[in-house]
Every structure is written in structure tokens, then in C-alpha cells.
Design a protein around this ligand. Structure first.
Ligand SMILES: [Zn+2]
Length: 202
């Protein structure tokens, strides 16, 4: 048995070194046009290259966010239905924010590694790592899973870089000090900020 940090260190040690560059990271302007009942993203291959991510992963993300089907056709991506250039550009930007840019230093010199079934975005420039947040295709929740002041029983799935235990409840990542991986604990949520929550043991 390895703990989370050990697993992460081992995964990172196996990564090839990534050249960090001072060149500014620029997402190419998507070249988008309609072709019959489909929308073509003509420079998809180039964009995937610059983002340095698996084209299939990007494609899966885009089709899910656009709510349509699509396929990669050579260096182009073909989406069923008509979409505006801005819709595609916004979703590429969202992909970059989620899967490419380091949230600590803002640089794109990152890789995605899978540790213990959790996708981790690892930054080669500053060494930071964070879980890639998992999103649902459709948001059907009417009630938030947790709220400030509420008490819940959670399972600690991981330990963060500062040593706090981390539990996942729905879309929330909850930090619980003085816990370790595998603990099932009762917590009280002190504060929620976006998808992050901070809780104490009760
Ligand atoms: Zn970084």
C-alpha cells in the first residue's frame, strides 16, 4: 500500500521532462465554418498540438459541451449541427482553463497523470499539482449536496499537498484537517467557495 503522495511522486517521477518555454501561450483562433448540416473546426489538429493534449480527449470534451456528436477527420473536427465560432472558441478556452493551465502559476507547461483513479494536472514549471475537476454532462441537481453549517459523514479519498484530507461530495472538494486517506469521518462545513469547501471534524 502506498499513500496518495507516494503514488503521486512515483507517477511524476515516470513522466518525461517537459521543456518549459517563455514563449507566450496563444490558443490559435478557431477556424470555423458550416458545411451542410455540420460545423467544421478546420484547424482542430493545430489547436490540439498547441494545447499538447490528446485530440480524442479534446474532441470528447467539445462534443459533450456542445451537446452534439462529432468526429475527427484528419486535421479537422466535424460537429453535427450548426455552431457559432464563439461557442467553439469559448469551449476551447474552458478546456484550456480546466485541463491545461496551471492554477498556481498560470503556465501551460502541464501534463495530466492518473493517480489512484484521480486525474491530476501536474505543472512542470512550478511543480504544483491539482486534481482535474470532474464535471457532469448535464446539471440536474436542484439542491446543493452540501451547505455551510451542515454536518455530513464523508470518506477521505486523498491527502492534499498541505496535509489536509480531501473528500469528494458531488462537485465539491472538501478539505478536512487532521484526517488521513481511508478515514470515514463526520464533518461540519465551515465555508464553501466555488467547488471548494472547508470543514472541521465534529
Ligand atoms: Zn505551475
Amino acid at each position: 500500500m502506498y499513500d496518495y503522495e507516494e503514488l503521486l511522486d512515483r507517477a511524476i517521477a515516470r513522466l518525461p521532462d517537459v521543456e518549459t518555454t517563455d514563449a507566450r501561450f496563444v490558443i490559435p483562433e478557431p477556424k470555423v465554418f458550416a458545411e451542410g448540416k455540420t460545423t467544421i473546426l478546420d484547424n482542430f489538429g493545430n489547436i490540439a498540438n498547441i494545447l499538447n493534449r490528446d485530440p480524442d480527449h479534446i474532441m470528447k470534451y467539445l462534443t459533450r459541451e456542445l451537446g452534439t456528436a462529432g468526429k475527427i477527420d484528419g486535421s479537422r473536427a466535424v460537429f453535427q449541427g450548426r455552431f457559432m465560432r464563439s461557442q467553439i472558441a469559448n469551449n476551447i478556452q474552458a478546456y484550456v482553463d480546466e485541463y491545461v493551465i496551471c492554477s498556481e502559476c498560470g503556465r501551460p507547461d502541464t501534463q495530466i497523470v492518473k493517480v489512484d483513479r484521480v486525474l491530476i494536472l501536474q505543472c512542470s514549471a512550478c511543480g504544483a499539482h491539482r486534481p482535474v475537476k470532474k464535471r457532469k454532462a448535464t446539471q440536474v441537481e436542484t439542491k446543493e449536496a452540501i451547505e455551510e453549517g451542515g454536518t455530513y459523514e464523508v470518506r477521505i479519498d486523498a491527502v492534499g499537498s498541505k496535509g489536509d484530507g480531501i473528500a469528494k461530495v458531488d462537485k465539491y472538494t472538501i478539505f478536512v484537517p487532521r484526517t488521513k486517506k481511508g478515514d470515514v469521518v463526520k464533518i461540519k462545513v465551515k465555508r464553501i467557495s466555488g467547488n471548494l469547501a472547508f470543514a472541521d471534524l465534529v
